[in-house]
Design a binder for this molecule. Structure first.
Ligand code: DAH
Length: 348
């Protein structure tokens, strides 16, 4: 019986080796360990054995039974692991797979343009300053040679803040960044070279205007500054920001705070400068970048300096407009910049 028991163990182990799934495993279990299984059948006659022998066989039989059950248990967990959807299946890691990067956002195209413009001017010595975005009438209009009730003020569709007037007049949401001119001159002795980039506000909205937009204002004051310096800086900026293919032109214009004054135009980035008038954005090939000119003597005086000694130039352009005129960017409605549509923003 001892030999038969040992043989049974071997048989069980051999049979188990070929088992591939739980169904087959269950069958093998029944065959060997079941109520009518091989082990039970073999031990049927133990009771008839002599005492000594019965004890020995009984002990062996228990050991064999334990061994079979252990082997069965091992096989069972082995099959569990291999089963589709099992832990092994779910938890394996392919250590050679490239990692997943968290998705990264980026700055809004207008913010990108602001830092680029800041950099371009920094390279030619223009320090970045920040004049208030909500300011006194005095800095926005009066000190810029536009006395109270002057009709020129009507060009800036200004939002007034509903607060009592102070010594420097009413408080307004700055409709342009030119308020930096006298503010900087008041506190700085020439030579002055600054760039003020800030939010500006006007009561207008259409395809090329939004009530909140950005402007950048440049100001250079020193001895013997002429239009040549202005032209040089404008050309340098246009070349650096837009690339060599865009053309610029200076058109005579009138501003109260500059003399002479110009309007700076650049060929349209949507139609490439086609003057047939069909372009939805520019209607004639040219886009107005903004104003420029030689700072008016009255403004230099208001800033506390002698216009007989010092002269200078200034320019003020819209950031959004400038961005839209860039090569390869075909935005034909300024408002899309602030719709927060990720499909648009992600392209930058
Ligand atoms: N501030 C003017 C505007 O918003 C633009 C401008 C014109 C700025 C001429 C200047 C300048 O500095 O010299 O329309």
């Amino acid at each position: 019986m001892k030999i038969e028991l040992e043989q049974l163990k071997k048989d069980f182990e051999n049979t188990l080796r070929d088992v591939k799934d739980h169904v087959a495993l269950e069958e093998v279990k029944n065959e060997f360990l079941g109520r009518k299984g091989k082990l039970k059948t073999l031990l049927k006659d133990v009771a008839t054995l002599a005492d000594e022998e019965r004890k020995a066989i009984g002990k062996l039989a228990n050991e064999i039974k334990d061994a079979l059950e252990t082997a069965y248990g091992q096989k069972e967990s082995e099959l569990d692991m291999r089963h589709p959807g099992s832990r092994l299946d779910q938890e394996w890691i392919d250590v050679t797979e490239p990692g997943k990067f968290p998705s990264e956002g980026h700055l809004h195209p207008v913010t990108q343009a602001i830092s680029e413009i800041t950099d371009i001017f920094a390279r030619v010595g223009f320090t970045s300053v920040r004049a208030p975005e909500i300011d006194w009438d005095y800095y926005v209009f009066e000190s810029l040679n536009m006395p109270k009730d002057h009709p020129a003020r009507d060009d800036w569709e200004t939002f007034f803040v509903d607060l009592p007037e102070g010594k420097k007049g009413k408080i307004v949401l700055t409709p342009h960044t030119s308020n930096s001119q006298v503010r900087v001159m008041e506190t700085t002795k020439p030579p002055i070279r600054i760039i003020n980039i800030n939010r500006t506000y006007r009561r207008q909205i259409d395809i090329s205007h939004i009530p909140m937009f950005h402007q950048f204002e440049g100001l250079m004051i020193d001895k013997n500054i002429s239009v040549v310096h202005l032209k040089g800086i404008l050309d340098y900026f246009a070349k650096t920001f837009f690339g060599p293919n865009r053309r610029t032109r200076l058109r005579p214009h009138h501003f109260r705070f500059t003399e002479p004054s110009f309007e700076v135009d650049i060929t349209c980035g949507v139609c490439g400068g086609n003057e047939n008038g069909n372009c939805r954005l520019c209607k004639g090939g040219w886009l107005e970048l903004g104003g420029a000119g030689m700072v008016h003597p009255n403004v230099i005086k208001a800033g506390g300096h002698d216009p007989e000694v010092y002269s200078g130039f200034a320019f003020g352009w819209g950031v959004e407009r400038t961005l839209m005129m860039r090569e390869g960017i075909k935005i034909d409605d300024i408002r899309v910049l602030y719709k927060n549509d990720l499909r648009f923003v992600k392209q930058f």
